[in-house]
Write a protein that binds this ligand. Sequence first.
Ligand SMILES: Nc1ncnc2c1ncn2[C@@H]1O[C@H](COP(=O)(O)OP(=O)(O)OP(=O)(O)O)[C@@H](O)[C@H]1O
Ligand SMILES: [Mg+2]
Length: 318
Amino acid sequence: MEEAKDQFAIRCDGLTRKFGGFTAVDKLSLRVRKGELFGFLGPNGAGKTTTINMLTTLLRPTEGTAKVAGYDLMDQGEFVRSRIGVVPQSFALFEELTPVENLWYLGELYEMDRQTVAKRTDDLLKIVTLYDKKDVQSGTFSGGMKQRLSVAAGLLHSPQILFMDEPTTGLDPQSRIALRELTQTLNQTGITVIYTTHDMDEADKLCERIAIMDHGKLKALGTSAELKEIAGHSHKIELQIERCDDRLLEELKRMTGAISATYEDKMVELRVKKLKHDMVHELSDYLHRRNIEVDNFRITEPSLEEVFIKVTKKELRD
Ligand SMILES: Nc1ncnc2c1ncn2[C@@H]1O[C@H](COP(=O)(O)OP(=O)(O)OP(=O)(O)O)[C@@H](O)[C@H]1O
Ligand SMILES: [Mg+2]
């Protein structure tokens, strides 16, 4: 069959999965461009894995349609499977086998020729920095090493799209960083990456665009900057001041670009639309003029957490 031509790696329309009367994924519609590093961000139970399982043909959608790598999910599952790789949420390789043996076994499953498997195994184990452990039983590996081996396994048949389901959950900070860097390196070689996480900071740092999911629904979609616009305010300026009167708060609110000013626990919180140099000057001039002493001063960038709370209208649960 000819290679399907589609500018999108993934397009899904109204994708829905029900388990009995419970809707785990509810009318999901979105496009992922080829070559994107695309994130699904959501708390436990949001429907991330169910979405991944549908897009990788492991689970049949109850309703809706999707094309993955240009092929129809329902009618061309085999073509989809040959063009995607999966790093599942939990380790799915044989603990008693070495990396080389695991990849060899997978190569047999994919019916790849043995020379290609041997070459890919060498190359991939070098990329995921496990080459010196290639003949060690993978059951003895740390969480980070197991995840890197899973990445190598997911890439064995040279897929166009790699699905990674919470790959850094449970890893120590160093292993998280290593895995994120690996993901970016892979993405730079042209592989489309679909990455799920419940870590806002991770989604923010890593993903080009992020889909925020909650209770099976797509709540917001965009680049990190676009999502932060949704939160409606950009920066937070905090000033620790011993005493604050209404006049001070009123005057701060009237400053250029200010959205709101509040005072609590000896802390003035000033919200501004977009932080500019002039604002900081204006603020410090004003405080100086009025002889107001500031004990501490902090500027915080907007965070995805604020966006999340805004779009889901609740506190975080994880
Ligand atoms: N096979 C199943 N049968 C019944 N309910 C299921 C099944 N699989 C998932 N669910 C339910 O669907 C919802 C979404 O689950 P899913 O695993 O997709 O969430 P997730 O976003 O991947 O969460 P996590 O961050 O915990 O991995 C959950 O409420 C879950 O209990
Ligand atoms: Mg999951």
